[in-house]
Design a protein around this ligand. Structure first.
Ligand SMILES: *Cc1c(COP(=O)(O)O)cnc(C)c1O
Length: 388
């Protein structure tokens, strides 16, 4: 149908500065965690512009979520509440620790976790809430933090989509939860190839996460006995993990972070062009951020309205036939064999997520798209829904 090259669902935008910084790292002789990872953590803290915030660079958001929950002492017998409408990484880390996952449904307007359902799911075993800022639209954190305070629960934000997202003009990462975790996976709003950042104001949590990030190695432990630590000395205080971010990855991150405001503006601009172009179609368009707040636009998620005459799967096939990649975010966890079978879950328990799953499609939205690419996506969506 199309002679044009295939337009992928997502592509990173890597510039000459990123490439030069990686080459500099390779030539420096220091390729694993070192000065650039440290600089990246400092730059990230400056970006969040929040005193006392600690940024801990890790090799994935999954690692960051695991470290945060571990540091909070989540373990066997505990329950952690999160949304069914997410990627499995959000929930799997809870199982790493031997704790149990309690999945709840979403608000059909935002596709974000519904705070009312969170409160209803609390039991005496509940220890933590893990909200996910779906597609880059902030969860109602004021409601979540309120519930957490009332019931004495911890909150760890999965902010894999939410850089830079704001709520009440405050950046996600500075909202007052116990920890927030960002992802720098290849398709996220900025990338280090693989990588993540654990952000917290809790000094104890930060200390534990830094130790567990690298094999449970503690050099501070020595300080209790002598002022001078020999460079070769360390103590193992726990069976830790191998979650450190390399300087090669941090080299990418230093420059991607500088470009983040421009990246966000371009994403928002594409979202606005889409919104206008699709306004007359049988579609439910993605919800906007509240007035004055920032949506990161990690994803642009269309929902086929009941009036649309095409099924979701056929829509995606038709997009591919026109040379355009699409995706679905997400196949909800309650449908995945592991989660379904472990907790005996059924679609009826999650009507909004189920309906969203059946009717949603994520279309390409990324900074490396040209205006012509955007118009091509628009022409394809309009053509398919208007039946030409
Ligand atoms: C991408 C993603 C993750 C995992 O990020 P990694 O950096 O790949 O580990 C976690 N949660 C959500 C919602 C994601 O989209």
């Amino acid at each position: 149908m199309s002679a044009q090259p295939f337009l992928p669902f997502a592509l990173p935008e890597i510039g000459e500065e990123e490439i030069a910084e990686v080459v500099d790292t390779l030539r420096s002789g220091w390729v694993t965690t070192g000065p650039k990872a440290k600089r990246f953590e400092q730059a990230f803290a400056e970006f969040l512009a929040e005193p006392q915030i600690e940024c801990i660079a890790v090799n994935s958001a999954t690692a960051g979520l695991h470290l945060a929950l571990e540091a909070l002492g989540i373990g066997p017998g505990d329950e952690v509440i999160t949304t069914t409408h997410t990627f499995t990484a959000t929930a799997e880390v809870v199982r790493y620790l031997g704790a149990d996952v309690v999945l709840v449904d979403i608000d059909p307007a935002t596709l974000n976790i519904d705070p009312k359902l969170v409160e209803a799911a609390i039991t005496p075993r509940t220890k933590c809430i893990v909200p996910v800022h779906y597609a880059g639209l902030a969860v109602d954190m004021l409601a979540i933090l309120d519930i957490a305070r009332k019931h004495g629960l911890r909150v760890v934000e999965d902010a894999a989509h939410a850089l830079p997202t704001t709520l009440e003009r405050e950046l996600i990462g500075t909202m007052g939860s116990d920890a927030t975790v960002f992802s720098f996976y290849a398709n996220k709003t900025m990338t280090t190839g693989e990588g993540g950042m654990l952000v917290t104001r809790n000094a104890e949590l930060a200390k534990r996460a830094r130790v567990m990030r690298l094999h449970g190695m503690n050099r501070d432990a020595f300080d209790r006995f002598t002022a001078k630590v020999p460079s070769w000395y360390y103590e193992i205080v726990a069976p830790g993990f191998k979650y450190n971010l390399t300087d090669i990855a941090a080299a990418l991150g230093l420059h991607q972070l500088k470009r983040l405001p421009a990246f966000q503006q371009r994403r928002e601009q594409i979202a606005e062009v889409y919104n206008e172009a699709f306004a007359d179609l049988p579609l439910i368009l993605p919800p906007a951020a509240p007035e004055g707040d920032v949506h990161s636009w990690h994803l642009y998620v269309l929902r086929l309205a009941d009036a649309a005459e095409i099924e979701r799967d056929a829509f995606i096939e038709a997009m591919f036939a026109r040379g355009i990649g699409c995706s679905v975010h997400y196949i909800p966890l309650h449908l995945q064999p592991y989660w379904r079978d472990r907790y005996g879950l059924t679609p009826e328990q999650f009507p909004h997520s189920q309906k969203a799953y059946e009717r949603t499609v994520s279309i390409p939205l990324y900074t490396a798209m040209t205006d012509a690419d955007v118009q091509r996506v628009i022409a394809a969506v309009r053509g398919i829904l208007l039946g030409d």
